[in-house]
Design a protein around this ligand. Sequence first.
Ligand code: NAP
Length: 283
Amino acid sequence: MTAQLIDGNALARTLRADVAQRTAALKTRGVTPGLAVVLVGEDPASHVYVRNKVKACEANGLHSVLEKYPAELSEAELLARVDALNNDPTVHGILVQLPLPAHIDAQKVIEAIAPEKDVDGFHVASAGALLTGAPGFWPCTPYGCMKMLESIGCDLRGKHAVVIGRSNNVGKPMALMLLAKNATVTICHSATADLGAMTRQADVIVAAVGKRNVLTADMVKPGAVVIDVGMNRNDEGKLCGDVDFAGVREVAGWITPVPGGVGPMTITMLLVNTLEAAERSAG
Ligand code: NAP
């Protein structure tokens, strides 16, 4: 069997077209969805990420503000900027790009963002909302994975989903979202004794580890859906995921490629969350 591809670029285009349409509708009511992106320091990867986020906003009619600060910015100064953005009615979503310099307590800064503007979904109030099923913002990467599963008509009820990775931004929220859709969920991590024994039982596998070839063909049940969140470099320096794509695609039913899978969905869900924040504030 050769797996069908879940095309993240195509799905992202469809969802962004919907964002652009809803944004245009909101603008006729005098509200332009606005995202503020705050970047502290010179991390080159962070500069690329924020540039892409700002570009995606502009391409779909959202307003964006990019605030760049030197690495020496103090925690108090950053908290003051977040407070100002919390009180700015033209800003509906606030994203503080991580990682922050070591002298700044990142969690403290995230908790300073008003929950109704927490479009990254990292605030403890957003995490609590996801845990309890209350309205809130879902972290963009696992939210994008859920949209990918939805796009192929994957009914999760009664399915066994295995999530590899338990980070606060990907693995844990992913598991909660799958659980909310009535999957039976197993979470694996670096201390899992026999990863293959877990993944071989899975109808759906989400790999969010950050290591190449964590999932190989012998670890996958024929026909399973495989979502690869990982972003790594192979020996040639090319972007690759956590999954041995060439091997696993011969066993799985569906698989996401890297690049062109989860990556484009993450920014798309940031746009969706920002638009939703603006729609909520407009009533
Ligand atoms: P993270 O915070 O480093 O978490 C990695 C997780 O993998 C941890 O829970 C760790 O377990 C687990 N792990 C490590 N080695 C393992 C092994 N051999 N077997 C099973 N589990 C293992 O990373 P993250 O932020 O969740 O990101 C994961 C990957 O997704 C990275 O490659 C990242 O770049 C990528 N990512 C991509 C996007 C996107 O838009 N495409 C967005 C976010 C992240 P312990 O908890 O026991 O240490």
